[in-house]
Design a protein around this ligand. Structure first.
Ligand code: SER
Length: 327
């Protein structure tokens, strides 16, 4: 088996994906790369790590020459809220970085995974049960770059026969690595604050409904899609996938079933609220279910129970956890 390259390996998805891929295919088969050095000991010591800037095509080629790469999971990207504050950087990394990776993947005959997002939809997209194939006129630079990514990945598939595949992720929730600069980050921060202080101030309005997914489902979705029989795939870039959808009020209520005293307040950030309002309330992921058998395992209740349990056991949060949970 050829080796697997992961870009953005230190990021929110990357650190958990690398660990899952190493468990599945062997530690030396997975080359983790990032422009940041990993602080996580497991990521650092469990297999090869290379410094890699996706904006430097020669750098990518050099890594391709050192290793025998057959598949690339290209996760290096800027999220939606940071993108709005630095549109130029979002375009550079999300589009030019992807282009450099696509060119390297074409030259070295690699399969490519590309993560798109609910952000690739916009105000004119049907909001409820958003279809797989529908209107896509995103109003954020993040959405523009993700939609560009979907299209260019499909183009490389059709034009050059590159085996590109992708998912439109909703907000991702994890107890391992915190996101940074996203609009859906509240759904992670709320758990940290619940454990530490038993209260949380949310930057989105109480009724803002968005799709979400627990990280173990997201990792499984990526690997299952990349392992799927190509003949079964009608779509390529990118499949709608979702695990659950909820509002901040509903998430707070789910946390209250474990911590009855938990309180939520609101201090709305107009920038992130506008971004969230332009995204779907819920996506239809039936194409993923039909074409490669997608099925989420975690709903709101199961995710909430697991997040609180795992965060309470995190060494850095331990003492505070016991205070907030009355133990
Ligand atoms: N979680 C992402 C964000 O909020 C959406 O894909 O930017």
């Amino acid at each position: 088996m050829k080796q697997i390259l992961v870009t953005g390996a230190v990021g929110q998805i990357g650190s958990e994906l690398v660990s899952a891929l190493r468990k599945r295919y062997g530690k030396d088969k997975v080359i983790a790369t990032d422009i940041r050095m990993p602080t996580d000991i497991e990521l650092r010591d469990s297999g090869p790590f290379e410094f890699l800037d996706v904006l430097d095509p020669h750098h990518i080629t050099r890594v391709m020459q050192i290793y025998d790469i057959g598949t690339v999971y290209h996760l290096a990207a800027v999220l939606s809220a940071i993108g709005e504050s630095r549109p130029n950087v979002a375009w550079q990394i999300n589009v030019n970085g992807l282009y450099n990776i696509l060119e390297a993947a074409r030259q070295y005959h690699c399969a490519l995974f590309f993560p798109s997002s609910i952000g690739a939809f916009g105000e004119s997209t049907p909001k409820d049960n958003t279809p797989q194939d529908t209107i896509q006129r995103p109003s954020t630079i993040y959405g523009v770059t993700k939609l560009t990514g979907e299209l260019i990945c499909d183009y490389y598939c059709k034009r050059f026969g590159l085996d590109s595949r992708g998912l439109r992720f909703p907000g991702l929730i994890s107890y391992e690595t915190e996101p940074g600069g996203g609009t859906t980050d509240y759904a992670v921060s709320i758990f940290y604050e619940a454990i530490k202080h038993n209260k949380y101030t949310c930057y989105l309005q109480p009724e803002t409904r968005l799709d979400m997914m627990y990280m173990p489902d997201a990792i499984r979705a990526m690997i299952e899609l990349m392992e799927a029989d190509a003949d079964q795939l009608v779509h390529r870039n990118a499949f709608n996938v979702t695990g659950m959808n909820f509002t901040p009020e509903e998430l707070a209520a789910a946390i209250r079933t474990h911590q009855p005293e938990f309180e939520i307040g609101y201090d709305v950030d107009p920038v992130r609220q506008a971004i969230a309002d332009s995204w779907p309330n819920s996506m239809d992921d039936s194409a993923a279910r039909t074409e490669w058998g997608w099925k989420p395992q975690y709903d709101l209740a199961a995710m909430t129970a697991d997040m609180l349990d795992k965060l309470a056991k995190k060494p850095t949060l331990d003492g505070q956890a016991n205070v907030a949970r009355g133990r």
